[in-house]
Each structure stands twice: as structure tokens, then as C-alpha cells.
Design a protein around this ligand. Structure first.
Ligand code: 17E
Ligand code: FE2
Length: 415
């Protein structure tokens, strides 16, 4: 396959891309090689595939069952999910997860990290998700995080369930320290999963401080453990909302620890602005972590959507560019340079968090996976949330968009 007239961020001239055997062969201007199908990108922007680094596929598409979340809080979501969980079957999880992966694939996502609730004595959702991971492999590469929604120390046999999840074949271990009954349990839960991850060669991705409580300080614990294990590149702190409420003196000290640890951050801007700030009157917090400041400190930050129609969030549709668009507003990353760099937050930064850099990116020798976006620049792609006209994975077209045509009637300019 050959793709001509490609605009590649950071390269001034238009390039051609030559793909052979599912791998990028050459990327350069005016390639004369011919190889199978040719697509003319007509000067459009080429991006590496989008990544969804934090989603809950086991709960997706259950919003309203058994009830809609009326308070809009994380805690009502957890309660509703606990009720829905009792009715799960593997088939139910598989159908909803596959439908949701397809929504993501249609929007240019080719890598997904899903959290799966393992606070269930039968691990129904996890058993289903390990099957989904195989079923969808032509559409996306999936990582599964064993996520203890109801806690590790606060849930009966919580530690045993995490160990069982390791045996069933998860890629990463999670925790929810701010949700444990008390602070000591939260600290202990992090020590437990960091050791379990080390012993089994797994990644770590913690729901960390997803609360407006300025006293929720588990991020420092996670970072300190990452420093002592020397595994910061394998550790992700998701949400870290409380950081938006910490005082500046503490945050200054914390930043130094985070830089030493070198972990990655996932912020879910649409989800957090929806769930957080619910106990505030006015001024009302945005509930987000300090995205702008983390980036300025040289830390790896990416955006995720978290939910697609689940007990926590009624919206969501797989459109990660839309999450980026809103995230830039909510985190006030709307300087021109910030917008121009922002695509990294749903592509290369996320790939780094997932640890997939060896097989990700527009470079000869790597798997030929890319998007042709319907825009001539990153600025316009983000501004207009331009759809991927083509999503190409390992040299195969896996999804296409035919954009809607908007037509102004000839007489609408008046006389
Ligand atoms: N569970 C949780 O603890 N936090 C979330 N944002 C979601 C599920 C979606
Ligand atoms: Fe989450």
C-alpha cells in the first residue's frame, strides 16, 4: 500500500508513505515505488493511531440499569454498579465490551487499556474481558487492568481476588486507595499491588485520589514506591483529582517526588469535571489534576474518556478527539503552541503510558498503523474534531469515515 501527499507533523514537505507486509517501509517526499493500493491523502494530516488509555469496558453501556445516577457523584456510581454487578454474565460483558470497542475503532482508536472490576468473587467480568481481548485483536491491542472497585483491604478476600486476577492473565494491577475505609488501608493496598506487580512483571495503573479531598495524598505513596522499585515507567497514576485541591507549598514538594519517580498520568477531563466538584457550592472546582503544571514539569500526561454510558457518566461515544477538545478547555491548554502540541495527549503520550513505544509511531520498521485525519494541521484537526477518514492498522484499512456534507442554500446570503 502507498499513501501519497501526507502531511506529517514536524515535516515541512508533503510525504509519501510506503507500506509493505504490514510495516512502514519508507516515509519520504516523492517516492516512486509502486506497491498495491494507493490512497491520495491530498495534503491531509497523518497521525499515529489514537489511544484510549483508561476506560471501563465491563461497565460500558449500562447507564440507567438499574437506575440513572441522579447525584452525578462517583459514590452513587459505585453503588449503582455494585447492584448491576450482581446480574453480570460473561455474555452480557462480552456483548457490551465488543460494541464499545467498535465505537472506539470507528473513531481512530487502536490501543485500549481497560480497567475491569475484580471485586467479584466469581470474576465474571474479568473472565469475559480476557476473551474480548482476543476477539477484538484485529481492531485494537487491549491491556486489561485488574481494578478492585470496592477496595483491596476493604473488600472480603480483596488480596486473594487480585492474585486470582493475575493468574487469569491481566496486563496491569490497579487500586483505589482513596476508596478504602481508611488511609492505612489505602497505603497498604498500594504496597500490596506494587509488590505483586514486581513479582509478576506487570504494569500498574491506580485510580489515585479521584476525589476533591485535599487530604487524599496517595499519589506521593505511589510515587515513593515507584522510586524504591525503580519502575516508574511501568506505573500510571489515573485521575489524581485531589491534586487540583492541594495547596501550592505541598504541590511544589510533591512535583519533585513525581519527577524522580517518572510515572505517567492519565486525566479524564470530561469525566472529572462531571463527577468532581459535586459537594462544592461556589466557587466550584473543576476537579481535574494539574495537567498544565504536570506537563510543564516534564511529566508524561495523557487524556482518556473513562466511561461510555455507564453508572458514572451518561455521555461518552468513543470520540477521543472530542475528549481532547474539552480537555484543552478544562485544563486551560488553549495557547496556540499548546493546541499545536496537544495531539500528543491522545497519541504518543498515551503510548508511553501503555509502554507500547516499540510498536507505535510513524517510523520505518514499525507496524504500519496510522490515521488520515480530515484536516490540514493539528490545530484544525483539534479545533474541528476532524474524523479519521481512514484508520489503517498493520497495513489494513480497519475503519473509514465519510464526512457529512454541509450545504449552505444559495439564497441564504440574502438579496
Ligand atoms: N470507577 C471509579 O472508581 N471511577 C471512575 N471514574 C469510574 C469507575 C468510571
Ligand atoms: Fe476510571
Amino acid at each position: 500500500m502507498k499513501i501519497t501527499n501526507c502531511r506529517i507533523p514536524g515535516t515541512p514537505e508533503l510525504c509519501d508513505i510506503l507500506i509493505e507486509n504490514g510495516v512502514f517501509k519508507k516515509i519520504a517526499p516523492n517516492l516512486t515505488d509502486v506497491s498495491g493500493q494507493t490512497i491520495d491523502a491530498e495534503g491531509r494530516l497523518i497521525s499515529p493511531p489514537f489511544v484510549e488509555p483508561h476506560i471501563h469496558l465491563d461497565a460500558a453501556l449500562t447507564a440507567g440499569d438499574p437506575e440513572w445516577n441522579a447525584s452525578g457523584t462517583l459514590f452513587e456510581g459505585i453503588e449503582l454498579w455494585a447492584r448491576r454487578k450482581t446480574t453480570l454474565s460473561e455474555q452480557d460483558v462480552i456483548e457490551r465490551a465488543v460494541a464499545t470497542v467498535k465505537m472506539c475503532a470507528l473513531n481512530g482508536i487502536q490501543f485500549i487499556r481497560t480497567h475491569v472490576d475484580v471485586t467479584d468473587p466469581d470474576l465474571v467480568a474479568l473472565r469475559a474481558m480476557t476473551q474480548v481481548r482476543t476477539m477484538v485483536r484485529d481492531l485494537c491491542e487491549m491491556q486489561i487492568v485488574a481494578f478492585p472497585q470496592d477496595g483491596i483491604l476493604s473488600f472480603p478476600n480483596g488480596r486473594g481476588l487480585m492474585e486470582e486476577a493475575v493468574k487469569l492473565g491481566v496486563d496491569a494491577l490497579g487500586a483505589i486507595p482513596h476508596g478504602e475505609f481508611m488511609r492505612d488501608y489505602g497505603v497498604e493496598s498500594l504496597k500490596f499491588i506494587m509488590k505483586l506487580a514486581e513479582d509478576n512483571g506487570l504494569l500498574v495503573d491506580v485510580h489515585c485520589d479521584e476525589i476533591d479531598d485535599e487530604q487524599s495524598r496517595f499519589l506521593e505513596v505511589l510515587a515513593a514506591l515507584a522510586i524504591s522499585y525503580g519502575n516508574g515507567r511501568k506505573v500510571t497514576a489515573s485521575h489524581t483529582c485531589a491534586m487540583g485541591s492541594y495547596n501550592d507549598a505541598y504541590t511544589y514538594k510533591l512535583m519533585g517526588v513525581l519527577q524522580k519517580a517518572g510515572l505517567s498520568f492519565v486525566s479524564c477531563p470530561t469525566e472529572s469535571i462531571h463527577l468532581q466538584g459535586r459537594m462544592d457550592t461556589y466557587p466550584k472546582r473543576r476537579g481535574l489534576t494539574r495537567v498544565k503544571e504536570l506537563l510543564a514539569a516534564g511529566l508524561n500526561v495523557c487524556f482518556a474518556q473513562d466511561s461510555i454510558m455507564d453508572p458514572w457518566y451518561p455521555m461518552g461515544n468513543g470520540h477521543i478527539l472530542n475528549v481532547l477538545f474539552h480537555g484543552l478547555h478544562i485544563a486551560q491548554l488553549t495557547g496556540r503552541g499548546e493546541i499545536d502540541r496537544s495531539l500528543e495527549m491522545i497519541t504518543t503520550n498515551s503510548a508511553k503510558a501503555l509502554g507500547i513505544e516499540d510498536r507505535y509511531g510513524l517510523e520505518p520498521g514499525k507496524p504500519a498503523s496510522l490515521l488520515i485525519l480530515d484536516a490540514d494541521s493539528v490545530y484544525n484537526a483539534v479545533r474541528c474534531q476532524s474524523p479519521p477518514l481512514y484508520s489503517i492498522r498493520n497495513g489494513e484499512i480497519i475503519a473509514r469515515t465519510e464526512p457529512a456534507k454541509k450545504i449552505l442554500a444559495a439564497d441564504s446570503l440574502g438579496g
